[in-house]
Write a protein that binds this ligand. Sequence first.
Ligand SMILES: Nc1ncnc2c1ncn2[C@@H]1O[C@H](COP(=O)(O)OP(=O)(O)OP(=O)(O)O)[C@@H](O)[C@H]1O
Ligand SMILES: [Mg+2]
Length: 254
Amino acid sequence: MIVLHDLSKRYGTTVAVDGFSLEVPRGECVFLVGGSGCGKTTTLKMVNRLVEPTSGRVLLGGEDTQTLEPHLLRRRIGYGFQQVGLFPHLSVAGNVGVTPDLLGWDAARIRERVDQLLELVELDPAEYRLRLPHELSGGQQQRVGLARALAAEPEVLLLDEPFGALDPLTRDLLQQRFSEIRARLDLTVLFVSHDMAEALLLADRIVVMDQGAIVQVGTPRELLTSPADDRVARLIASPRRQSEAVERILEAGP
Ligand SMILES: Nc1ncnc2c1ncn2[C@@H]1O[C@H](COP(=O)(O)OP(=O)(O)OP(=O)(O)O)[C@@H](O)[C@H]1O
Ligand SMILES: [Mg+2]
């Protein structure tokens, strides 16, 4: 369980996050959505202390994260941030195995885990294990990033646009894989996405943000049936229109 209590972050006069409070029970997948610059990434990074809050608290399983060493905290939390990227001088296997290695797993266990995860994200271990990040496409790098986030069997997963650079088929496949993995491992997930359809399909609950604050928290169904205001209505309008257009094609028949 993660508790974010009245979290705020200011950079000079910019208020990036403004009094954000949320409880995420174990096993729940919560999406953060909203326009560019509304504070999604900053909120996520305050959970594993890549960014220190200006005020407010984060509790992880009841423990105040301020009382934990940041590097120990980050070993308990898997994270995949598009902009953090992979370690350029480490192979794919080195990248995926980096946290298990820090945790002192033995080499055979790490190797087995790495191969298992590469298969999970549809990268043939024999072909990709020894490649360096610059020898991969953007979408392949993202998949390695997801494998790395899952490697040490974390209790919490933070994902920032993890499927952004994937082609639609791989994206669809990894979304399904993601759903299976999180159910199997009972993972607690905070997931940032610009893709409202992805949020509606994968989230237990969705948090809509604007200017650092929460506009609405609800299940996908609640957002669709009773959007709190125009900002929420606009966000769900596009996936709605698309699914209705597809339905009309099917109804029209051959
Ligand atoms: N290190 C920083 N220094 C100053 N301002 C920052 C810093 N990081 C973020 N900000 C500002 O804080 C606000 C929130 O940024 P954040 O990255 O959390 O937005 P976001 O919702 O993730 O946006 P996007 O969808 O574009 O990724 C923005 O106005 C941004 O310019
Ligand atoms: Mg961001």
